[in-house]
Design a protein around this ligand. Structure first.
Ligand code: ZN
Length: 66
């Protein structure tokens, strides 16, 4: 039953620019340019995200981006 709760919380954390694992602001993460409008952001807890500069949104990195 927790799955139904966790997914919206993770989505909300990402929208606020925070790591879904530890809640640390992703602005503090290690950034690396991976494309014209994309940055890979590695949180201190090891989770990897992609920041889209066009939409200014974070999302979990896809398998091939890790
Ligand atoms: Zn984290």
């Amino acid at each position: 039953m927790f799955k139904n709760i966790i997914a919206p919380v993770q989505a909300w954390l990402l929208v606020s620019g925070k790591c879904v694992g530890c809640g640390t602001p992703l602005a503090k993460g290690k950034r690396e340019k991976i494309g014209e409008d994309k940055e890979r952001v590695v949180c201190k807890c090891g989770r990897i995200f992609v920041f889209d500069k066009k939409t200014k949104k974070y999302r979990r990195a896809l398998f091939e981006e890790v």
